[in-house]
Design a binder for this molecule. Sequence first.
Ligand code: DQA
Length: 160
Amino acid sequence: MKVLVLSGANLGRLGLREPAVYGSRSYADLVTVCQKLAGELGLAADCRQTDDEATMLRWLHEAADLGVPVVLNPGAWSHYSYALRDAAAQVTGPLVEVHLSQTHAREEFRHHSVISAVATGTITGLGFDSYLLALRTIAARIHDASAPADPPHPADQAPA
Ligand code: DQA
């Protein structure tokens, strides 16, 4: 099962960008760890990064059309892009919003995400682990959805 791992504006500059906030590892390092864990979980992680909002919208439309789950770090778009929110709302597979930094401990404008209300869940502040936990929860949900339903518990059956 394919998973789209989408990173937005400025995330291609990981390692160079404010290392005290985002760490010293690069975007290429992030892709490596995501693909390694995804492989172990039986997922194929298609990792993409763009600084172009229209491109990100197209990728979300693709996920919606194909029913593909998404790990999404919208970067600064989290805080103001209603267009991205409307695109994320169309994704029917799980969509987990992630942030590397603890946005709630930073500037006031980072405390609110317009994406969160349409995300299945949000993982914030755990560095690369935010992405890795998102992949784990997506794998668990896919596994649960494909597992045969449990037989009814005897206590739930009507007496004969
Ligand atoms: C970020 C947090 C955003 O506030 C910021 O604009 C980013 C990265 C994060 O991963 O911590 O670009 O999404």
